[in-house]
Design a protein around this ligand. Structure first.
Ligand code: ADP
Ligand code: MG
Length: 236
């Protein structure tokens, strides 16, 4: 399948988010607009506190904006109920976090099975979860609990989990932030490979400029807006 260029997978329009701090509104995003093409790889950078995690949470429908719209794959996700959004995410969205977010009482295999079970996929699930863990080099660690895995291995389980529902969009929030340079680089390469194979749209937040440069496009957040939008090395 070729790249479906110019089809917008993610559109944000007039996106605003304020928190309340000490009884006062704390504006974090101030009428932010962006469009991200299907199957592209976009990095988001910006100083700590600039709202990168807030933006990703809104784009993924994990949190609600103060105002504004998000269209994912053409769907206005905040027109759905919270349950509707959860179902939409289970169908089309994957998320990878800095701190892995694995369930500590479940094995590697069981963690990868969670999204598949949420989708109501039965006996085929185990085979696809196993092959995803093999794909990320953990075929020999299926029954390990998170505490028995290194940080890099835990993030690889989280990647297998994120791709298990074959998402159209993958959001990754500082996925290398808790890993050493070399392990982080291998995680990014793995995300890129899985992204290409599955024609996923990838949105990755990072403060590592070398990682950000690998994208097709780099967006910089500041003052509640996108203050820079430039091509990365992946665009060449
Ligand atoms: N749940 C929350 N309640 C109140 N303030 C928050 C909350 N989440 C984030 N903030 C504030 O919003 C700002 C942006 O945070 P965040 O999106 O985490 O930034 P980044 O990921 O770029 O470091 C910060 O000033 C932070 O303190
Ligand atoms: Mg953050």
């Amino acid at each position: 399948m070729g790249k479906a260029r110019n089809v917008m997978m993610i559109v944000a329009e007039g996106l605003k988010k304020s928190y309340t701090s000490g009884g006062r509104p704390l504006p974090v995003l101030r009428s932010l607009d962006l469009s991200i093409e299907a199957e592209s790889f976009v990095s988001i950078v910006g100083p700590s506190g600039s709202g990168k995690t807030t933006l990703l949470g809104l784009l993924a429908g994990l949190d609600e904006p103060t105002s504004g719209r998000v269209l994912l794959d053409g769907e206005d996700i905040f027109s759905f109920s919270e349950d509707g959004r959860a179902a939409f995410r289970a169908e089309r969205v994957g998320f990878v976090f800095q701190t892995f977010h694995l369930l500590p009482t479940l094995t590697a295999l069981e963690n990868v099975l969670v999204p598949l079970e949420l989708r109501g996929e039965g006996h085929s699930a185990r085979d696809s979860a196993e092959s995803l863990l093999e794909r990320v080099g953990l075929g020999g660690r299926l029954d390990h609990f998170p505490s028995q895995l290194s940080g890099g291995e835990q993030q690889r389980v989280a990647l297998a989990r994120a791709f298990s529902n074959r998402p159209r969009i993958l959001f990754a929030d500082e996925p290398t932030g808790n890993l050493d340079q070399e392990t982080g680089a291998s995680i990014v390469e793995m995300i890129e490979e899985l992204n290409r194979e599955a024609n996923t749209t990838l949105v990755l937040v990072t403060h590592d400029l070398a990682v950000a440069e690998r994208a097709d496009r780099i967006l910089t957040l500041g003052g509640g807006h996108v203050i820079e939008d430039r091509p990365g090395r992946g665009s060449g």
